[in-house]
Design a protein. Structure first.
Lengths: 111, 409
């Protein structure tokens, strides 16, 4: 009995997973970056619960939102440029979702 | 014939119980990071994980086929003698799982299952009954390579996420937005968990049905009711397990930032899903731990705590042979004592299951069970509070120093 191992399959998994992760993380980060450029800094305070992480009070959250808005006001971009950046951000988020959808379809129809 | 039917039913019940404990135990793996970074409310997180586990069970059947049509060479064994062996293997897996759970050792329910099955088969049907090339290429090698793969990918992804969102002008960088993203990636992890883990039970049940002659061995796909039963059981386990975890999570969670958690989860989900599509039966816990460690290393100023990392890996190494040994002992009972042995095994299984229920009801919060293993693996990385400057910051600092020097002249 000889033992055969399909090494190519491991390479396949690595490459597929790497491409998927880089696409998802890359597009999502790019989207966030563009959102910030567009002057819409996301301030997401942690949900209730958790005594394990630093919990942000509503007051602190508001302060962060205000700081973000102030920083956005100083943006060197014109209103039009900002719109383009916001559009780009949503396109990036969309690409991220498409990457996931594409990956899942590949698995389902790979049978 | 009656005893055969009885054993098939017993095996299916035990397999589903295993599936339930798997979901029960692994909720934390999918949902520890989003709960830790505050991306999701715990209640919502657990419900989401349960529903997605159910969906995941329907995505693919490759892993199930690895178990039902790969590991064990059905032509080498006698079917009447083999049914009790699957039973013995399952008892071995469940016992080992409970043992590690009690001691708070890192373990993997998937490898406990394979260990139990392989151990029982070797003892009961001989060395030739196992197809070693399938075991090596679809179980053992993936067990070693997948956490490494996931770690490497998580490292790259974390670097990428931080690099793209980094700002040098100290204005808000929007990394808070990764919290939204985590809702999405942790859902993918739950889906991937259902895809890989629910299928292991499907594989065992399908194997049982084929050996009992209730399903043709040429039909490789599990029957619909098997998929449905496994999916629902794992979802139920996930949901019930979540409550225990929420109650015990709180303390000692590691410092996982949203951007890091997002990258780790993307890496975990894509590695598990890609592996499932090729029929690799992975341990989701190990892949998720690999990702958390890799993403921790992707942050600036991080170092590995080798003692913690080593302890985690040692636990992984032990699972397969240890569950194999327990499965083997259970199979020995059957081989030596026949029907009485099966009875002894069954009584043993009932005792183990009752002990698990008794202990889970007590809900003791100790250092051993207060954290999910994945969250714990974050402890293997130490991140400095003030990370060293990036290359660009160093260049800026050098330029500043030069300017000051020239000014003072």
């Amino acid at each position: 009995m000889s033992i055969t191992i399909d090494w190519l399959a491991f390479v396949q998994v690595f490459v597929a997973a790497l491409i998927a992760s880089v696409l998802v993380v890359g597009f999502y980060s790019l989207g966030l970056r563009l959102l910030v450029r567009a002057g819409r800094v996301p301030v997401v305070s942690p949900a209730e619960f958790t005594d394990a992480i630093t919990v942000i009070t509503p007051k602190e959250s508001q302060r962060a939102a205000k700081a973000a808005a102030k920083a956005a006001k100083k943006s060197p971009l014109t209103a039009g440029q900002r719109k383009v950046a916001a559009f780009g951000a949503y396109v990036s988020f969309g690409m991220c979702a498409l990457a996931v959808l594409g990956g899942l379809l590949l698995i389902i129809f790979n049978r | 014939m009656e005893t055969a039917t009885l054993i098939v039913v017993l095996v299916i019940v035990l397999a589903l119980f295993f599936d339930f404990t798997n979901g029960f135990h692994d909720t934390a793996n999918a949902m520890a990071t989003p709960i830790a970074t505050g991306a999701l409310k715990p209640k919502v997180a657990v419900l989401l994980a349960a529903v997605l586990n159910l969906f995941g069970a329907f995505l693919s059947t490759e892993v199930s086929q690895t178990i039902s049509h790969g590991i064990i060479r059905e032509d080498q064994i006698d079917s009447d003698a083999f049914l009790p062996l699957i039973f013995a293997g399952l008892i071995g897996a469940i016992t080992w799982n409970m043992f590690t759970w009690l001691l708070g050792l890192p373990s993997s329910s998937s490898h406990a299952l394979f260990g139990g099955l392989i151990g029982a088969t070797i003892v009961g049907a001989g060395w030739m009954a196992i197809d070693y090339s399938v075991v090596l290429s679809k179980v053992i090698l993936p067990a070693v390579l997948a956490p490494l793969t996931a770690g490497l990918i998580a490292f790259t992804a974390t670097r990428l996420a931080y690099a793209i969102t980094r700002r040098y002008d100290t204005k808000p960088d929007g990394r808070d937005g990764f919290r939204w993203g985590q809702i999405f990636t942790s859902s993918l992890v739950a889906l991937a968990h259902g895809t890989n883990d629910a299928q292991k039970t499907m594989g065992v049940i399908t194997l049982t049905l084929i050996i009992a002659g209730w399903q043709s061995s040429t039909q490789t796909e599990p029957q619909l009711w098997v998929i449905l039963a496994c999916g629902i059981t794992i979802a139920l386990g996930t949901y019930m397990g979540g409550w225990r975890i929420i109650r015990t999570l709180g303390k000692g969670l590691t410092d996982v930032k949203p951007a890091q958690g997002f990258s780790a989860e993307s890496s975990t989900a894509s590695t598990i899903l890609a592996s499932s599509a090729l029929g690799f039966a992975l341990s989701t816990t190990q892949v998720a731990s690999g990702s958390v460690i890799g993403s921790g290393l992707g942050r600036r100023g991080s170092k590995v705590r080798w003692r913690t990392a080593g302890r985690i890996m040692l636990g992984w190494l032990f699972t397969l042979p240890a569950a194999g040994a327990v499965g083997g002992v259970m199979a020995l009972m059957v081989a030596w004592l026949g029907g009485v042995g099966i009875l002894i095994d069954a009584v043993f299984a009932v005792v183990v299951i009752l002990t698990i229920f008794g202990l889970s009801r007590r809900n003791a919060v100790t250092a051993a069970n207060a954290m999910s293993e994945v969250a714990e693996s974050g402890n293997a990385i130490r991140v400095k509070r003030n990370p060293p400057p990036t290359r660009r910051q160093r260049a800026a600092m050098r330029a500043e120093a030069r300017r000051e020097k020239e000014d003072s002249k």
